[in-house]
Design a protein around this ligand. Structure first.
Ligand SMILES: Cc1cc2nc3c(=O)[nH]c(=O)nc-3n(C[C@H](O)[C@H](O)[C@H](O)COP(=O)(O)OP(=O)(O)OC[C@H]3O[C@@H](n4cnc5c(N)ncnc54)[C@H](O)[C@@H]3O)c2cc1C
Length: 284
């Protein structure tokens, strides 16, 4: 009797949010599914890794908050059929997979699923590198673009999540829990099973059958952002560097490099790789 409801806070009154959060609610979820089914789904298999194309469904926040049912999505995709719909269903299955792993092993939310006996760099020693990663100023353009998108939109493309997580845990050799906490803070779709277990997968402490693979941010950038458009969208300091040259600003001719207000890499890739291999007991 004495419980009184209060109006939901308005978005504008809540501080510390990403400025470009997507709209929520069931109506918006349905609108998005209809639009994606009209133009997107059939090409999903071909386009889902294209960073600049931004051609995935962006339904993750609705699946997280329950404004959309994954079962309904699977039924609709099966009815549609074809390689795009099939690939979409396979990707949705990862969501269930991570949920099942967490249900079987709840400690995986905070402890290694499969230990690799890591002695991660102490946070104090890695503080400057962690800050550069969080703020998108590592000196690796595709990493920086992705980390800035995360803050601005509260969302990041799956390929970008993979390469930024690999960069933190392997190239910088920082504990996956540090990165997972940052993602959970900013992601609008952030949830324990998908986030923690994808982080563990990328760090090699989870279910990846190749736990020591390291994603090279330059190669990833060239492959998944071949023209550099994604980097130029999010890193305005590099907006005038054309084509794929944007992925390696340190290779630009002296005067062009000097004119850029953009940092040098926080660590050399071969140095980072050697540190990681030593740590995992595989020096070669
Ligand atoms: C380090 C890291 C952290 C992540 N954290 C989260 C998280 O907190 N919450 C979250 O929902 N996803 C997370 N993902 C998975 C994936 O990146 C996002 O689900 C996807 O980018 C969301 O965009 P979308 O809806 O356009 O995906 P689409 O490509 O359109 O995929 C459709 C749906 O399938 C599911 N899905 C796709 N890929 C994965 C995957 N690898 N694992 C689990 N489910 C997947 C999602 O529900 C997604 O909405 C993470 C991935 C990595 C590598």
């Amino acid at each position: 009797d004495h419980v009184h409801g209060e109006p939901l806070p308005r978005r504008a009154d809540v501080g510390g949010l990403s400025p470009a959060l997507p709209p929520g609610g069931e109506r918006e979820a349905r609108r998005r599914v209809t639009a994606y089914w009209r133009s997107g789904l059939d090409d999903y298999e071909r386009t889902h890794d294209d960073l600049a194309g931004d051609a995935t469904s962006r339904l993750s926040a609705h699946l997280h908050f329950g404004t959309l049912s994954p079962v309904e999505l699977v039924h609709r995709a099966r009815r549609r059929g074809g390689p795009g719909a099939d690939a979409f269903v396979r990707q949705l299955a990862w969501r269930d997979f991570h949920r099942q792993v967490l249900a079987a092993r709840p400690a995986a939310a905070h402890a290694d699923y499969r230990t690799r006996h890591d002695h991660w760099r102490p946070e104090r020693a890695a503080r400057a590198d962690i800050a550069a990663w969080r703020e998108g100023r590592t000196g690796y353009p595709v990493v920086d673009a992705a980390m800035r998108q995360l803050r601005h939109e509260g969302w990041m493309h799956n390929r970008a999540r993979l390469l930024t997580a690999s960069f933190l845990t392997k190239t910088l050799y920082v504990d996956w829990r540090v990165g997972a906490a940052h993602f959970l803070h900013w992601l609008v779709d952030g949830d324990i099973s998908n986030n923690q277990l994808n982080w563990q997968w990328t760090a090699g402490t989870g279910t990846d059958s190749r736990p020591n693979r390291v994603l090279n941010p330059v190669t990833q950038g060239r492959r998944y952002d071949p023209d550099g458009a994604y980097v130029r969208r999010w890193v305005p300091e590099l907006a005038d560097v054309d084509g794929r040259r944007v992925h390696e600003p340190w290779k630009l001719p002296g005067p062009e490099r000097a004119a850029l207000d953009y940092p040098d890499p926080v660590v050399g890739l071969s140095e980072g790789l050697a540190r990681f291999r030593r740590a995992r007991g595989r020096p070669h």
